[in-house]
Design a protein around this ligand. Structure first.
Ligand SMILES: [Zn+2]
Length: 336
Protein backbone atom coordinates (compact mmCIF):
# COMPACT_ATOMS: atom_id res chain seq x y z
CA UNK A 1 0.00 0.00 0.00
CA UNK A 2 1.38 3.43 -0.94
CA UNK A 3 1.97 5.72 1.94
CA UNK A 4 -0.06 8.87 1.79
CA UNK A 5 2.02 11.97 1.77
CA UNK A 6 1.14 15.28 3.21
CA UNK A 7 0.47 17.80 0.45
CA UNK A 8 3.56 19.77 -0.34
CA UNK A 9 3.31 23.53 -0.68
CA UNK A 10 3.97 26.76 1.07
CA UNK A 11 3.05 26.71 4.72
CA UNK A 12 0.53 29.50 5.08
CA UNK A 13 0.68 31.08 8.48
CA UNK A 14 -2.52 32.55 9.84
CA UNK A 15 -2.94 36.16 8.82
CA UNK A 16 -4.52 39.18 10.45
CA UNK A 17 -5.61 42.69 9.56
CA UNK A 18 -3.59 45.69 10.70
CA UNK A 19 -3.96 49.43 10.20
CA UNK A 20 -0.45 50.74 9.58
CA UNK A 21 1.26 54.01 8.76
CA UNK A 22 3.73 53.33 5.90
CA UNK A 23 5.94 56.39 6.41
CA UNK A 24 6.05 59.66 8.37
CA UNK A 25 3.06 61.73 7.27
CA UNK A 26 1.63 58.77 5.31
CA UNK A 27 -2.02 57.70 5.19
CA UNK A 28 -3.43 54.68 7.00
CA UNK A 29 -3.24 51.39 5.10
CA UNK A 30 -5.31 48.33 5.98
CA UNK A 31 -3.11 45.33 5.17
CA UNK A 32 -2.87 41.62 5.91
CA UNK A 33 0.11 40.48 7.91
CA UNK A 34 1.31 37.19 9.23
CA UNK A 35 0.29 36.69 12.87
CA UNK A 36 3.25 37.55 15.11
CA UNK A 37 4.60 35.06 17.63
CA UNK A 38 5.41 36.25 21.14
CA UNK A 39 9.10 36.03 22.04
CA UNK A 40 10.45 35.26 25.52
CA UNK A 41 8.82 37.44 28.17
CA UNK A 42 6.06 38.51 25.78
CA UNK A 43 2.44 37.56 25.19
CA UNK A 44 0.24 37.77 22.14
CA UNK A 45 -3.19 39.25 22.70
CA UNK A 46 -6.29 39.14 20.53
CA UNK A 47 -7.15 42.83 20.45
CA UNK A 48 -10.81 43.68 21.24
CA UNK A 49 -10.63 47.48 21.38
CA UNK A 50 -8.06 50.25 20.99
CA UNK A 51 -8.56 53.91 21.82
CA UNK A 52 -7.50 56.59 19.34
CA UNK A 53 -5.35 59.17 21.11
CA UNK A 54 -3.99 62.57 20.11
CA UNK A 55 -0.51 61.16 20.71
CA UNK A 56 -1.07 58.75 17.81
CA UNK A 57 -0.19 61.79 15.69
CA UNK A 58 3.42 61.26 16.83
CA UNK A 59 3.37 58.01 14.83
CA UNK A 60 1.19 59.29 11.99
CA UNK A 61 3.37 62.36 11.39
CA UNK A 62 6.68 60.89 12.50
CA UNK A 63 7.32 63.66 15.02
CA UNK A 64 8.64 61.28 17.70
CA UNK A 65 12.32 60.52 17.02
CA UNK A 66 13.40 57.07 15.90
CA UNK A 67 10.13 55.48 14.77
CA UNK A 68 10.62 52.64 12.29
CA UNK A 69 8.03 52.27 9.53
CA UNK A 70 5.63 50.79 8.66
CA UNK A 71 4.27 51.20 12.17
CA UNK A 72 0.91 50.26 13.71
CA UNK A 73 -0.25 53.00 16.16
CA UNK A 74 -2.28 52.49 19.31
CA UNK A 75 -1.53 52.58 23.05
CA UNK A 76 -4.99 52.14 24.61
CA UNK A 77 -5.37 48.44 23.96
CA UNK A 78 -7.70 45.88 25.55
CA UNK A 79 -7.75 42.24 24.54
CA UNK A 80 -7.40 38.63 25.59
CA UNK A 81 -4.11 36.76 25.84
CA UNK A 82 -4.05 33.99 23.24
CA UNK A 83 -0.41 32.92 23.31
CA UNK A 84 2.35 33.02 25.92
CA UNK A 85 6.02 33.43 25.05
CA UNK A 86 8.74 31.44 26.78
CA UNK A 87 9.22 32.16 30.46
CA UNK A 88 5.84 33.83 31.03
CA UNK A 89 4.35 32.36 34.19
CA UNK A 90 2.26 35.07 35.86
CA UNK A 91 -0.24 35.58 33.02
CA UNK A 92 -2.63 33.02 31.50
CA UNK A 93 -4.11 32.23 28.14
CA UNK A 94 -7.64 33.63 27.98
CA UNK A 95 -6.89 36.36 30.53
CA UNK A 96 -8.27 39.81 29.72
CA UNK A 97 -5.50 42.41 29.69
CA UNK A 98 -4.71 45.91 28.57
CA UNK A 99 -1.64 47.79 27.34
CA UNK A 100 -1.32 51.57 27.76
CA UNK A 101 1.29 54.26 27.12
CA UNK A 102 3.84 52.51 29.37
CA UNK A 103 4.93 49.74 27.02
CA UNK A 104 7.90 48.48 29.02
CA UNK A 105 10.99 49.73 30.82
CA UNK A 106 14.62 48.68 30.29
CA UNK A 107 15.24 47.77 33.97
CA UNK A 108 18.81 49.06 33.65
CA UNK A 109 18.75 52.88 33.38
CA UNK A 110 19.23 54.96 36.57
CA UNK A 111 15.46 55.68 36.89
CA UNK A 112 14.48 52.06 36.39
CA UNK A 113 17.09 50.91 38.89
CA UNK A 114 15.44 53.22 41.42
CA UNK A 115 12.04 51.74 40.61
CA UNK A 116 10.94 54.90 38.80
CA UNK A 117 9.77 52.99 35.74
CA UNK A 118 7.56 55.85 34.54
CA UNK A 119 10.69 57.86 33.82
CA UNK A 120 12.72 55.06 32.24
CA UNK A 121 15.22 56.60 29.86
CA UNK A 122 14.41 53.96 27.26
CA UNK A 123 10.69 53.72 27.92
CA UNK A 124 8.98 51.65 25.26
CA UNK A 125 5.72 53.05 23.94
CA UNK A 126 3.28 50.81 22.04
CA UNK A 127 2.59 52.17 18.57
CA UNK A 128 5.91 54.03 18.64
CA UNK A 129 8.62 51.60 19.82
CA UNK A 130 6.72 48.55 18.59
CA UNK A 131 3.41 47.87 16.84
CA UNK A 132 0.43 48.94 18.91
CA UNK A 133 -3.27 48.16 19.08
CA UNK A 134 -4.63 49.16 15.64
CA UNK A 135 -4.54 45.49 14.66
CA UNK A 136 -6.27 42.19 15.34
CA UNK A 137 -3.37 40.65 17.28
CA UNK A 138 -0.61 42.41 19.16
CA UNK A 139 2.53 41.25 20.95
CA UNK A 140 3.49 42.99 24.19
CA UNK A 141 6.14 42.50 26.89
CA UNK A 142 4.76 41.31 30.25
CA UNK A 143 5.94 44.44 32.06
CA UNK A 144 3.39 46.41 29.98
CA UNK A 145 0.37 44.26 30.91
CA UNK A 146 -2.59 45.56 32.89
CA UNK A 147 -5.29 43.40 34.44
CA UNK A 148 -8.73 44.59 33.32
CA UNK A 149 -11.75 44.27 35.67
CA UNK A 150 -14.67 42.27 34.27
CA UNK A 151 -17.22 45.01 34.94
CA UNK A 152 -15.71 47.35 32.34
CA UNK A 153 -16.43 46.74 28.66
CA UNK A 154 -13.54 46.65 26.20
CA UNK A 155 -14.47 50.03 24.73
CA UNK A 156 -14.81 51.56 28.22
CA UNK A 157 -11.54 50.18 29.54
CA UNK A 158 -9.37 51.09 26.54
CA UNK A 159 -9.42 54.92 26.91
CA UNK A 160 -8.69 54.56 30.62
CA UNK A 161 -5.24 53.16 29.72
CA UNK A 162 -3.94 56.51 28.46
CA UNK A 163 -6.50 59.31 28.69
CA UNK A 164 -7.76 57.87 31.98
CA UNK A 165 -4.52 57.03 33.77
CA UNK A 166 -2.92 60.30 32.66
CA UNK A 167 -5.66 62.47 34.17
CA UNK A 168 -6.18 60.22 37.21
CA UNK A 169 -2.48 60.03 38.02
CA UNK A 170 -1.73 63.70 37.32
CA UNK A 171 -4.61 64.75 39.57
CA UNK A 172 -3.70 62.44 42.43
CA UNK A 173 -0.10 63.69 42.30
CA UNK A 174 -1.01 67.37 41.89
CA UNK A 175 -1.14 68.10 45.59
CA UNK A 176 -4.79 69.21 45.37
CA UNK A 177 -6.87 68.21 48.40
CA UNK A 178 -10.60 67.51 48.61
CA UNK A 179 -12.43 70.82 48.53
CA UNK A 180 -9.75 72.56 46.45
CA UNK A 181 -10.61 74.17 43.14
CA UNK A 182 -9.25 72.38 40.09
CA UNK A 183 -9.66 73.74 36.58
CA UNK A 184 -9.60 71.34 33.66
CA UNK A 185 -8.49 73.06 30.46
CA UNK A 186 -9.80 71.40 27.33
CA UNK A 187 -12.84 69.15 27.36
CA UNK A 188 -11.77 66.40 25.01
CA UNK A 189 -10.76 62.77 25.33
CA UNK A 190 -8.63 63.52 28.40
CA UNK A 191 -10.54 66.47 29.78
CA UNK A 192 -13.92 64.70 30.03
CA UNK A 193 -12.26 62.02 32.16
CA UNK A 194 -10.26 64.59 34.13
CA UNK A 195 -13.51 66.33 35.09
CA UNK A 196 -15.04 63.07 36.32
CA UNK A 197 -11.97 62.02 38.31
CA UNK A 198 -11.59 65.52 39.81
CA UNK A 199 -15.23 65.41 40.84
CA UNK A 200 -14.87 61.99 42.49
CA UNK A 201 -11.69 63.15 44.25
CA UNK A 202 -13.82 65.82 45.94
CA UNK A 203 -12.44 68.86 44.13
CA UNK A 204 -14.51 71.83 43.02
CA UNK A 205 -14.17 71.51 39.27
CA UNK A 206 -14.02 74.37 36.78
CA UNK A 207 -14.18 73.04 33.22
CA UNK A 208 -12.80 75.31 30.52
CA UNK A 209 -13.44 74.39 26.87
CA UNK A 210 -11.52 75.32 23.76
CA UNK A 211 -11.77 78.53 21.76
CA UNK A 212 -15.25 79.57 20.73
CA UNK A 213 -16.83 76.67 22.58
CA UNK A 214 -15.77 78.31 25.80
CA UNK A 215 -17.64 81.49 24.91
CA UNK A 216 -19.89 80.91 27.92
CA UNK A 217 -16.87 81.54 30.10
CA UNK A 218 -15.94 84.96 28.78
CA UNK A 219 -13.20 85.50 31.27
CA UNK A 220 -11.84 82.19 32.54
CA UNK A 221 -9.12 83.87 34.60
CA UNK A 222 -11.72 85.88 36.47
CA UNK A 223 -13.97 82.87 36.80
CA UNK A 224 -11.11 80.85 38.26
CA UNK A 225 -10.16 83.53 40.75
CA UNK A 226 -13.79 83.87 41.75
CA UNK A 227 -14.03 80.12 42.28
CA UNK A 228 -11.14 80.32 44.67
CA UNK A 229 -8.41 79.10 42.31
CA UNK A 230 -6.49 77.58 45.17
CA UNK A 231 -4.99 74.54 43.63
CA UNK A 232 -4.34 72.75 40.42
CA UNK A 233 -4.96 73.26 36.76
CA UNK A 234 -4.88 70.26 34.49
CA UNK A 235 -4.04 71.22 30.93
CA UNK A 236 -5.05 68.71 28.29
CA UNK A 237 -4.40 70.08 24.94
CA UNK A 238 -2.33 70.93 22.03
CA UNK A 239 -4.45 73.99 21.36
CA UNK A 240 -4.38 75.45 24.80
CA UNK A 241 -0.74 76.33 25.29
CA UNK A 242 -1.26 80.05 24.79
CA UNK A 243 -4.42 79.88 26.87
CA UNK A 244 -2.59 78.02 29.62
CA UNK A 245 -0.09 80.86 29.90
CA UNK A 246 -2.91 83.33 30.37
CA UNK A 247 -4.89 81.02 32.62
CA UNK A 248 -1.82 80.52 34.74
CA UNK A 249 -2.75 83.85 36.33
CA UNK A 250 -5.98 82.23 37.50
CA UNK A 251 -4.03 79.90 39.79
CA UNK A 252 -4.26 80.63 43.48
CA UNK A 253 -1.30 80.75 45.90
CA UNK A 254 0.74 77.51 45.75
CA UNK A 255 -1.32 76.49 42.74
CA UNK A 256 0.12 74.11 40.21
CA UNK A 257 -0.35 73.72 36.46
CA UNK A 258 -0.16 70.04 35.51
CA UNK A 259 0.67 69.72 31.81
CA UNK A 260 -0.44 66.46 30.19
CA UNK A 261 -1.12 67.31 26.53
CA UNK A 262 1.84 66.15 24.41
CA UNK A 263 3.03 68.86 22.03
CA UNK A 264 6.31 70.47 21.01
CA UNK A 265 4.99 74.02 21.43
CA UNK A 266 6.44 76.24 24.17
CA UNK A 267 4.39 77.43 27.14
CA UNK A 268 5.07 81.03 28.05
CA UNK A 269 4.95 81.96 31.70
CA UNK A 270 6.80 84.92 33.22
CA UNK A 271 8.96 84.68 36.35
CA UNK A 272 6.55 87.14 37.98
CA UNK A 273 3.67 84.72 37.37
CA UNK A 274 5.67 81.92 39.00
CA UNK A 275 7.04 83.89 41.92
CA UNK A 276 3.87 85.68 43.00
CA UNK A 277 1.87 83.02 44.78
CA UNK A 278 4.71 80.46 44.59
CA UNK A 279 3.04 78.80 41.63
CA UNK A 280 4.52 75.83 39.80
CA UNK A 281 4.25 74.01 36.50
CA UNK A 282 4.72 70.27 36.24
CA UNK A 283 4.52 67.85 33.34
CA UNK A 284 3.06 64.42 33.87
CA UNK A 285 3.34 61.30 31.72
CA UNK A 286 0.74 58.54 32.20
CA UNK A 287 2.10 55.94 34.66
CA UNK A 288 2.98 52.30 35.11
CA UNK A 289 0.67 49.34 34.48
CA UNK A 290 0.06 49.23 38.25
CA UNK A 291 -1.11 52.86 38.07
CA UNK A 292 -3.40 51.81 35.20
CA UNK A 293 -4.86 49.09 37.41
CA UNK A 294 -5.50 51.73 40.11
CA UNK A 295 -7.26 53.85 37.48
CA UNK A 296 -9.44 50.97 36.28
CA UNK A 297 -10.39 49.94 39.81
CA UNK A 298 -11.17 53.53 40.79
CA UNK A 299 -13.37 53.87 37.71
CA UNK A 300 -15.08 50.60 38.56
CA UNK A 301 -15.67 51.76 42.14
CA UNK A 302 -16.92 55.27 41.40
CA UNK A 303 -18.66 54.90 38.04
CA UNK A 304 -16.22 57.08 36.10
CA UNK A 305 -16.58 56.05 32.45
CA UNK A 306 -15.31 57.44 29.17
CA UNK A 307 -17.92 58.49 26.62
CA UNK A 308 -16.90 56.80 23.40
CA UNK A 309 -17.62 56.71 19.68
CA UNK A 310 -16.64 53.36 18.17
CA UNK A 311 -15.35 52.60 14.68
CA UNK A 312 -14.35 49.27 13.12
CA UNK A 313 -10.61 48.70 12.52
CA UNK A 314 -11.13 49.04 8.76
CA UNK A 315 -12.18 52.67 9.35
CA UNK A 316 -9.03 53.58 11.29
CA UNK A 317 -8.37 56.59 9.02
CA UNK A 318 -11.89 57.92 9.60
CA UNK A 319 -11.63 57.30 13.34
CA UNK A 320 -8.30 59.10 13.51
CA UNK A 321 -9.66 62.07 11.51
CA UNK A 322 -12.66 62.23 13.83
CA UNK A 323 -10.39 62.33 16.89
CA UNK A 324 -8.16 65.00 15.32
CA UNK A 325 -11.21 67.15 14.43
CA UNK A 326 -11.74 67.72 18.16
CA UNK A 327 -15.46 67.07 17.60
CA UNK A 328 -15.62 63.53 18.96
CA UNK A 329 -17.74 63.03 22.07
CA UNK A 330 -15.37 62.33 23.64
CA UNK A 331 -13.04 59.43 22.93
CA UNK A 332 -12.81 57.51 19.66
CA UNK A 333 -12.29 53.75 20.03
CA UNK A 334 -11.55 51.13 17.37
CA UNK A 335 -13.26 47.77 17.88
CA UNK A 336 -11.95 44.66 16.18
ZN1 LIG B 1 -2.45 58.53 24.60
Amino acid sequence: MAATRAPVGPITAASMKVAQIPKPGGEFQIVDREMPDPGPGHVRMKVQACGVCGSDALTKEGSWPGIQYPRVPGHEVVGVIDKLGAGVSNWKNGQRVGVGWHGGQDNTCPSSRRGDFRNCRNLKIPGISYDGGYQQYMVAPVEALVEVPESLTDAEAAPLLCAGITTYNALRHSGAMPGDVVAVLGIGGLGHLGIQFANKFGYKVVAIGRGSESAALTNPVEALQKAGGRAGNLSDSSELESDSSELFSGLGPNGKLMVIGVTFDPIEVTPVQLISGSRTIQGWAAGTPADSEDTLRFAELTGVRPMVETYPLEKAAEAYARMMSGKAEFRVVLTM
